[in-house]
Design a protein around this ligand. Sequence first.
Ligand code: ACO
Length: 478
Amino acid sequence: MNFIDRKQVNFNSIILPLSASKKIRMKTGIDAISFDVANIHLPIKTLATARNIEPEKLEKGLGLIKMTLPDVHQDAVVFGANALTKLITENQINLNEISRIYVGTESGIDSSKPISSFLISLMEQKFGEDTLAECDVVDFTFACIGGVDALQNCIDFVKLNPAKKAIVVTTDFAKYDLNSTGEYTQGAGALAMLVTSNPRIIAFDENWATSTKGVFDFFKPYRTITKEAITQNENNDPWFDNLEAEIEIHKDQPVFDGQYSNQCYMDRTRNAYFSFKKLKNTTETLYNSWNSIIMHLPYSFQGRRMLSEIYALDHADKIISENIESADYQSKIKEVGKSDEYKKFVTEKLQPAELASSLIGNLYTGSIFMGLLSTLAHYYDTKQEISGTTFGFLAYGSGSKSKVFEGTIQAEWQSALAKTKLFENLKESVEIDFKTYESLHKKEQKESIRTPKNEWVLDRIEKEIPNLIGARYYKWVE
Ligand SMILES: CC(=O)SCCNC(=O)CCNC(=O)[C@H](O)C(C)(C)COP(=O)(O)OP(=O)(O)OC[C@H]1O[C@@H](n2cnc3c(N)ncnc32)[C@H](O)[C@@H]1OP(=O)(O)O
């Protein structure tokens, strides 16, 4: 029997074989990436005009251009299944080789059956019965950071099992109440990423820093509909007609405090960033070593608005003191954010990630990965070589948690990305008018806006068979 001497095993990065003379560090990271977004959009100017908001605030203040939203036949399962199908076909993945499909989402359609369970049956429908019979699947939910949690988990798994492969899917519909301050930060879509040893796109460093604090900045609680509300049925909802007693319901739209959520975002990312420096045992200005910075972007300019604090605190010339409690601390951060030096920094390190966000909107768990894809697609389209450079990641999920980590772009990133064509695909999105937007939002629209082709669609929701009521069925449309 072979016994492994635990003292010789570095559990942070698997070193194979274990003899001191022949140490090979196995890289782990993202080997392939694909996406699916709603493909219908409302121009942000249209929303601004209808809501009597200055368009410049949304366009120049928050960086918004278009806002995608699901068509009648789309939901979080559809986006996830389409991104996953593209990942499998474009990269000729043999599903028997996939040990895990872990989903990050905060748009679950069922409190018990995870989205990953739907994905399994749809993939087997398309690629063969029992092809995923031994695959482990589960959903991760922690607001927008659930996809990063799934990724970290899959990376650890592949590090321990270098011959195995995993897939991470992030899928969400960021839906906010009409007339709320979140309304202009909506969006919908999914990404799928293959996690392997010796990946072609990006290999992650072993250090991951975390900052956590339990807060109510943004959440989706179960809400009570009282007997009186059911009786009054102010919105004439036909579903109410069959209700007799008070019930708890779950609404897609969150309860949130926008400015407080920004503060939580800043606090968590700042703490995680400085913890990451400690883990790396460095006093150098860390962001200078990053070619690009990939942050959670609930809207395009969130990263640049939030990062000025870290930029100032970790600046080589110590632009501001570290006294976070001082009276003029916040105004000094704002001042730094408006400086030409900071604007240049943003253009170089953050802007490539913002490009897709401006055209799509919020993807919740997928936003940070769309930032990564946007950056890679930008460098691909502009033919700039970035292999060997390091990307820094600042993830955030309300509730709240931040994770900071970094990865190195691999030599084959361009060939791995050749079929993705992000910006080309985004150009095909169909524009809708304000009336159509509102009817989709209120679920009054019955016919699909766009005719689906070569994609998964929601076929029907069971209404009759008692022990299947609410079951969702999907189909592939050629
Ligand atoms: C879910 C998560 O990811 S948590 C973290 C983020 N939170 C959310 O996404 C929650 C949902 N969203 C929201 O609540 C809101 O959309 C927020 C908080 C993101 C934005 O809130 P608002 O009150 O609409 O905007 P806010 O006043 O913060 O910022 C507007 C920006 O536009 C700028 N602006 C305003 N008018 C103009 C104009 N005419 N021209 C140019 N810029 C303008 C402002 O100066 C400000 O930018 P600055 O602070 O960088 O200077």
